[in-house]
Structure formats: structure tokens, C-alpha cells
Design a protein around this ligand. Sequence first.
Ligand SMILES: Cc1cc2nc3c(=O)[nH]c(=O)nc-3n(C[C@H](O)[C@H](O)[C@H](O)COP(=O)(O)OP(=O)(O)OC[C@H]3O[C@@H](n4cnc5c(N)ncnc54)[C@H](O)[C@@H]3O)c2cc1C
Length: 415
Amino acid sequence: MDTETSTHEPADHAAIRAEAAAWLAQHWNPALDSRTWLATVVDAGWSAPSWPVEWFGKGITPDAARAVDDEFKKVGAGGYGQDVTNLWANTVLAFGQDELKREVMRPLLLGELDMCLLYSEPGAGSDLASVQTRAERDGDEWIVNGQKVWTSGGRQAAYALLIARTDLDQPKHRGITFFFFPMKQAGVEVRPIRQATGDSRFNEVFITDARVPDANRLGELNAGWWVLQTALMYERAVMGVTQRRDRDKEKAKINRDPTSEWSAPVPDLELVEFARARGRTGDPIVRQDLARLHCMRMVNEWNGRRAKALMEQGSSTPLASLGKLAMSGILHFAGRLQVNLLGPEGALWGPDWPDSADASYALHNAFFTSIGGGTDQIQRNIIGERILGLPKEPEVDKHVPFREVKKSPGRTLTR
Ligand SMILES: Cc1cc2nc3c(=O)[nH]c(=O)nc-3n(C[C@H](O)[C@H](O)[C@H](O)COP(=O)(O)OP(=O)(O)OC[C@H]3O[C@@H](n4cnc5c(N)ncnc54)[C@H](O)[C@@H]3O)c2cc1C
């Protein structure tokens, strides 16, 4: 039985499902290039159907929007679901001023604007409320000074989501403001960092007297901490169901949105085939590990659906942390298994050993998900406090004006 089109479906879902199916029957053409198709989907309002009509949506409920996604999946068409998966566009929709939305919303949905996250600093990673980058008002603009680090995609980015301190006399969570920050300007210097995988995907960013218009402020002055919570929730939800696309991208079978840097993890079946090709499927330990990996993925997928359903109802859900933590465990487990399947050959690296290089890459790249977007330990803290109801960690500096808080070494605040 096709559970997606159950006869118990509410009437409004069935109606929008039929409308989407009819639209797809008329417009979907697998031969279209992906960008043309995406533009068609965005302009027709199917890419983010739960959004307001004036912002590329259809004004339907989030639940009904998932019926639309089902219809797209059925025919294999991409470009749907951005009302859940596009962290940049969702953050701008929720907190941006209309002027900014008019300028960037469509390019964001079309994946035409390269973006990055200017959150972490040398003295503020897990504890992001300790950011020291300053933004000071100058007429209709803000002048920004500071240093960010681990900025993925910083070199290509046209804009960043930036958190900066705007009031030193407020306690640390309260004096932060969130900006949609233009990267391509004098005063923004991006320096690549070399990673364990050999890539240089992330960077240090030095910001000196750079400018951002007040029209690009997301949310209220000094309320950036709460904007950040929403943006992090979208990021963690995406990381809970996907992995950063890596050097295997040409091989990845599931890759429905060519404009996204994220793709679904390599399916378990590929690992089964890999084990079979190497004569390892008779090994009981290998069989057990393959089955375990499959079960972990299934459970995480169901958890992801729960998180998605809650997010669609507008709640900032700690379940996204559970999904991200689980995905981190899955990617580490899968990477280890892939290396183990190769035996001693798994230790090799380089173009002559493509299978070993792939496996090593998978092993190392798993750390992306266990550190980026908030470490595994931080996700455990969130789960402990917000799902299990355990006592909060003590925070001695929570109510102290940030000016008086002891800062990490090497950082100086001049004003
Ligand atoms: C691949 C990658 C990409 C990234 N991309 C970006 C990006 O684009 N933009 C951006 O802003 N940042 C990015 N980051 C930074 C990332 O968000 C931080 O590295 C992360 O939040 C941890 O901060 P930190 O490195 O300062 O470590 P710290 O916060 O110093 O943590 C060090 C260790 O202490 C543990 N720890 C810290 N506090 C606690 C606590 N309260 N309870 C228990 N354990 C704790 C941590 O889990 C960790 O193991 C990226 C990181 C990686 C690895």
C-alpha cells in the first residue's frame, strides 16, 4: 500500500497533492538543466510551499507542504522542500527586513548566492555567546571589526550570516546582533586552513572596518542570540539527514539538488556491494556491522522525520540535535567499516589507491559532522537539558556585563 497517498489524508492535503501532481505532469521534464528547472519550481511556489505567496510560497500549512514534496519525490524531480532545508533563506524569511528579502530571497532559493557562517572565533566556538567581533553603528550602517575562524566556504561566499557584539554592557547572550554580511569588500580578508583530509574548505576571516547596512540586520538589535538559535536549528537538522558533499560527489548516487553543498550519505547498499566485491560478506562481523549501520540509518531517518514535523509546526526543536549526533555516529561507524573492509590496504592514500583514499576520506570527513555546527558533546548537553530535563550546566558569567567577563587570551577589546 502506498502510505504516502493514504485515503485518510485531510482534504486540504489531498487537494494540494493533486494540484502539485497536475503541475508536475505539465512541467516536469528530466531533460531540463537543473538550474532552469529550479527556477521554474521556485517561481511557481513549489520550492517552499509553506511560505507566504509574496515570498515564493503557496501559503499552505507545513503539513500540506510535505504532500507536495511526496509528489516531487515520486517523479524524481528536485528543488522541493526548501522551506525546511534552506537555512539561509529560512533565516532571512523569519528575521529579514522586506528590503533585504526582495534583494536576496530569490537568489538564495536558486542557490545563486554562495554563503558562509561567520559565527566561531578563536575564543568562541562551543560557547558562541562569547563572540568578541564588534559591530558599531555609523549612520545607516554598521562598522565591523574582529576575527572569525573555521569559516566553511568563506573564499567563495558573497554573503555571510554574522554574529557580532553590539553592546558590551549587556550580559553575553544579550548584546549580540545578527547580520546578513557582504563578504566581497575591502576589510574582509579570508585565509584558507588546511584540513586533515587534505582539503581547504574552511578559513580564517579577518574583518577590519568592514561595513554592513542596517537594512541587512536580521532580527532586533541585541537579539541576535535568538536568531542564531533558529539558524543553528536549521543547520543541525540538515546535518542530521545529510553529510557535506565531499570529493566523492561525482560518485554520489543520491544528489537531488545540484545547487546544494549537501547530499545524502552514500547508501548502505553501496557498502554491501563494496564488501561483496572484496569477498567479505561471509564474515559474520562484517555482516553484523553492515546490518547495524543500516539500522542506525533507519532509526535516524525516522527521528529526522519527527524533528522535521516539529520544525514545521514552528518549534525550535532539540530533536535536531539528536539527529545530528546520530549522524555523526553513523558517519564515523561507516568510515571505520569502509576502512576495515579494505584490511591493511585501507591505510594507503593517493591516486593509485582510489578505494583506500575514499575510505580514509570518509573516516576523516566524519569529524565535520561531529564538530561543525556544534560538537557532539554540545549536542549531548542540549539533549540532557532540553529532552531529558537534567540540570543546566553552571554558567558563572551568564548575568555579568560582557565587558567584565574574563576573555580568552590574545583578544583585546579597545572600547
Ligand atoms: C569542518 C568544520 C567546519 C566548520 N564550519 C564552520 C563555519 O562555517 N562557521 C563557523 O562559524 N564555525 C564553523 N566550524 C566551527 C565549529 O562550529 C566549532 O569548531 C565548534 O563549535 C567547536 O568550537 P571550538 O572549535 O572552539 O572548540 P571548543 O569550544 O574549544 O571545544 C573544545 C572541546 O571541548 C568540548 N566542550 C566545550 N564546551 C563544552 C561543554 N560545555 N560541555 C562539554 N564539552 C565541551 C567540545 O565538545 C570540544 O571537544 C566548523 C568546524 C569544523 C570542524
